[in-house]
Design a protein around this ligand. Structure first.
Ligand code: NAD
Length: 496
């Protein structure tokens, strides 16, 4: 897979929904065009599902759940099938990576090395957990037995964004399926292809028809009917805070389904002058904001550098910027690819314009790039002299734009870092163990890194405080979202 043309010239994609184990067109026959941000090529027509299609998928999921062909399967067997599903993802890694790159623009190197591997690992990890989770007996005394058990909630609706399409889906479908639920997944209209292929691979691995359905379409047309459906027991959403709020409203307006949301961020990265390794801090700050074209919910988009080292820090940072110039995402050496579409590219450019007009100093980038004709590319961008009230210090840009602020006092920087509606992730760099613990404890974020930024493992929870969402993905804690807790009292009238 060295260059675009030979590998993709013969590529054809099936954009139909997958409901009850079968590929189907939308019931009204409507489609939408799926085009590539790499070069603007048309990839395929995708089923534009609506309320009737969502209803068909939910009915199939409910029937599968009630039949107990998955929920009632012996845990060891469910485990084997999940692991087979994970192995199929790895075996089709090149195909899935190319599809993801063409669909949403990320470099193929990361689509394979990060997205495919993480999705497969996630499915395998939850698969392996299936027959290792025990329930509880409460210490109630001799005359009764109180069993505390976990049961699948039933039908789980999943709505995901476009930035890590396979990973975001895997974080939800893996624990949901492992717990015995049936799933209806609505991928983003900007990146629907890999979700459909994952469902095919799941089916081939032995996940019974109706257990894992994928219904592509637009948010208001397909996402809302799923969140509002009276026979969906739980809705798990990853996306913007704006839509996440609507998801909670829709859950309340319908059947009070359980609603879990992983939302936006504006994560602070705080570097003190006694940072133990300035080079590593610079690499992490620059690498993490430009990774995935800045389209990461946890990107460290607010960089706070202690005033006494700011010039030295920025000098090193600017030397790294040329490494992140956008290239053809299909080229294996590219580290920064295309922005997902023209709408998002315009959005990023609007924020860059606001940065300049509100008085921040443009240190690098700020302009469009054209590594491939017809694609959506922007230069990696750094603004210095950003102040907390500026728009680029407050709002999530979701693009490769770093806002640099400076500080002189620990209490002051913690206050500024916490002055956000979000609370997804944060970092602190210092050699002082007291400062590290004190600042980490004071930061209002679901994850805090000390002297790193990108540590990551399926074993640890991921999610946010405040308007970054409700609930946690990953780790054994994710099972809590997709199971109901039941207490069963058994009276014991013992003859002995
Ligand atoms: P988005 O909210 O626009 O869309 C997300 C999903 O919701 C898509 O599938 C979309 O079709 C659907 N949707 C849109 N309107 C809807 C509606 N009215 N009803 C139901 N569904 C609807 O977000 P996006 O632009 O796709 O993704 C970017 C956002 O996702 C960013 O804010 C980012 O921070 C967030 N995100 C968060 C995490 C996390 O774990 N916290 C991870 C990745 C992305």
């Amino acid at each position: 897979m060295n260059a675009a043309a030979p590998a993709t010239a013969t590529q054809t994609y099936d954009g139909r929904a997958l409901i009850n184990g079968e590929r189907v067109a939308a019931l009204d026959g409507q489609t939408f065009d799926c085009t590539s941000p790499v070069d603007g090529r048309l990839l395929t027509a995708v089923a534009r599902c609506g309320e009737a299609d969502i209803d068909a998928a939910v009915r199939a999921a409910r029937a599968a759940f009630e039949s107990r062909r998955w929920s009632g399967m012996a845990p060891a067997q469910r485990k084997r099938i999940m692991i087979k599903f994970a192995e199929a993802i790895s075996a089709h890694g090149d195909e899935l990576a190319l599809m993801e790159t063409l669909d949403m623009g990320k470099p193929v190197k990361y689509a394979k090395g990060v997205d495919v591997n993480s999705a497969a690992n996630c499915i395998r990890w939850y698969g392996e957990a299936v027959d290792k989770v025990y329930d509880e007996i409460a210490p109630t005394g001799a005359n009764a037995l109180a069993l505390i058990t976990r049961e699948a909630v039933g039908v789980v609706g999943v709505i995901v964004p476009w930035n890590y399409p396979m990973i975001m889906a895997a974080w939800k479908i893996a624990p949901a399926l492992a717990a015995g639920n049936s799933v209806v997944l609505k991928p983003s209209e900007k990146s629907p292809l890999t979700a459909l292929r994952l469902a095919e691979l799941a089916l081939a691995a032995g996940i019974p028809p109706g257990v894992f359905n994928v219904v592509p379409g637009y948010g208001p047309e397909a996402g809302s009917p799923l969140a509002l459906h009276m026979d969906v027991d739980c809705i798990a959403f990853t996306g913007s805070t704006r839509v996440g709020k609507q998801i909670h409203v829709m859950a309340g307006q319908s059947n009070l389904k359980r609603a879990w949301t992983e939302l936006g961020g504006k994560s602070p990265n705080i570097v003190f002058a006694d940072c133990p390794n300035l080079d590593r801090a610079v690499e992490a700050a620059v690498g993490s904001i430009f990774f995935n074209q800045g389209e990461s919910c946890n990107a460290p988009s607010r960089l706070f550098v202690e005033a006494s080292i700011k010039d030295a820090f920025l000098e090193k940072a600017l030397k790294l910027v040329p490494n992140y110039q956008p290239g053809n995402p299909l080229d294996k050496s590219t580290v920064m690819g295309a922005i997902v579409d023209q709408v998002q590219l315009d959005n990023v450019m609007r924020y860059i314009g606001l940065g300049t007009s509100e008085g921040a100093k443009l240190l690098a980038g700020g302009a469009l790039a054209t590594p491939v004709q017809g694609g959506c590319y922007v230069q990696p961008t750094i603004f210095d002299g950003v102040t907390p009230e500026m728009t680029i210090a407050r709002e999530e840009i979701f693009g490769p734009v770093l806002s640099v602020l400076s500080f002189t006092d620990a209490a002051e920087v913690v206050k500024q870092a916490n002055a956000s509606v979000y609370g997804l992730q944060a970092a602190v760099w210092t050699s002082d163990i007291n400062k590290a613990h004190g600042v980490a404890r004071a930061l209002r974020a679901g994850t805090v890194h000390v002297n790193s930024y990108d540590e990551d493992d399926i074993t640890v929870p991921f999610g946010g405080f405040r308007q970054s969402g409700v609930g946690r993905d990953k780790s054994m804690h994710a099972f809590d979202k997709y199971t109901e807790m039941k207490t069963t009292w058994i009276r014991i009238d013992s003859p002995v």
